[in-house]
Design a protein around this ligand. Structure first.
Ligand SMILES: *Cc1c(COP(=O)(O)O)cnc(C)c1O
Length: 360
């Protein structure tokens, strides 16, 4: 018998409290009860995002929020600079091209981040937006969003940030860092069930929505905000996902967002140090930028390592993504993860590495 331990890059494990909250009869989304849940969630999300702005919950995954960003804040032909450092940041650049934006890419090899200077170099006086991924889950690197915010705050460009696997595990301060648009999914560091995304806009971004010329309907953010402040959603939302997310975000607020970040950092450091003893090291080129939520390691026997951990110990981690599948593995320390989980993982990792080395 194995007891499952999930150290996932998303979706992440659900706390029992959240599973219990979702185990119920369906609820009418215009009822007082659901209105109260929506209001509570929206208020708590402000604490997590460290913002005074409204945070909106959309039905759809993080990619829907990515699309909402483009539809609501830009117009056909707008020039944007997009950081491309892995498959998720590439997705946003590709999507912007599908929408007919003029996308200038700042590309870096796997395992590296783009720096502010790299982006400033490509910007012109026509640049309307800069797209940066906070935590590139495919390669395990984290961008310095605060530095981007400082550099862009007095320009005309909107700083649009994908923090799908960042917020809830890594430090993020929407207002203080001068971010203009940020979005995340329910199912990563926020510990929610899949099905919803969260998004937040600055005053500058709301101004941009007024002149945006893309057609928008299902993901119209002005509509989402107008309904959201009343505890409502424009359409039938993913009710169960919202009930689950409300519970997990409540847990984050009870622990305190800064304590959650500190716990995640501790778990990440424990993982990195433990694996280093086995001769396995971070994939990130510079450890300063190594992700502490989707910890990514270089190991030639990664696929066998991942498979054996699951088979022999019931421990679930992720293979590397895309072209990194065979040479890296990813350990999620975000969400519902405790020190005992990492201790078990490190013990199992040691056994599995020994077995794999004995096979040679
Ligand atoms: C998971 C992920 C996405 C995609 O989110 P979905 O919820 O699967 O649509 C986008 N960006 C990053 C950085 C991610 O980790």
């Amino acid at each position: 018998m194995n007891k499952n331990i999930m150290l996932m890059a998303g979706p992440t494990a659900l706390p029992e409290r959240e599973i219990k909250a979702m185990d119920r009869q369906v609820i009418f989304h215009r009822s007082q009860e659901f209105e109260d849940i929506t209001k509570e969630l929206n208020e708590n999300l402000k604490k997590v995002f460290k913002t005074k702005q409204d945070v909106m919950v959309l039905t759809g995954s993080g990619t829907a929020a990515m699309e909402a960003t483009i539809q609501n804040c830009f117009s056909p032909g707008d020039e944007v600079v997009a950081v491309v450092i892995g498959v998720f940041s590439k997705r946003m650049a590709d999507m912007a091209e599908v929408y007919g934006l003029n996308v200038i890419r700042v590309e870096k090899p796997n395992g590296e981040v783009a720096l502010v200077e790299d982006v400033l170099e490509k910007m012109t006086d026509k640049t309307k937006g800069v797209f940066v991924v906070h935590n590139e889950s495919a390669t395990g690197v984290t961008s310095d969003i605060q530095a981007f915010g400082d550099a862009l705050k007095d320009t005309n460009a909107l700083l649009c940030v994908d923090t799908v696997s960042g917020i809830g595990a890594l430090d993020f301060a929407f207002d203080d860092w001068h971010v203009d648009v940020v979005f995340a999914s329910s199912q990563k560091a926020l510990m929610g069930a899949p099905g919803t995304a969260v998004i937040c806009l600055s005053e500058k971004a709301w101004e941009a929505t007024k002149t945006s010329k893309f057609p928008k309907f299902y993901l119209d953010l002005t509509l989402a905000r107008d309904f959201g402040v009343k505890g409502q959603h424009p359409w039938t939302p993913a009710v169960f996902s919202i009930i689950g997310l409300n519970e997990s975000v409540k847990m984050i607020c009870e622990e305190g967002i800064d304590n959650v970040i500190a716990r995640n950092t501790e778990l990440s450091d424990m993982t990195v140090k433990g694996l280093a003893k086995l001769g396995i090291h971070l994939f990130a080129k510079d450890p300063i930028y190594a992700s502490k939520s989707v910890n990514t390691f270089y190991y030639e026997k990664s696929p066998q390592f991942v498979a054996k951990l699951k088979e022999e110990f019931g421990i679930e981690i992720y293979n590397g993504q895309a072209d990194l599948h065979d040479t890296t593995f990813r350990v999620g320390t975000m969400g519902y993860v405790a020190k005992t989980d990492i201790a078990a993982f490190l013990y199992a990792a040691e056994q599995v590495v020994k077995e794999l080395e004995a096979e040679e």
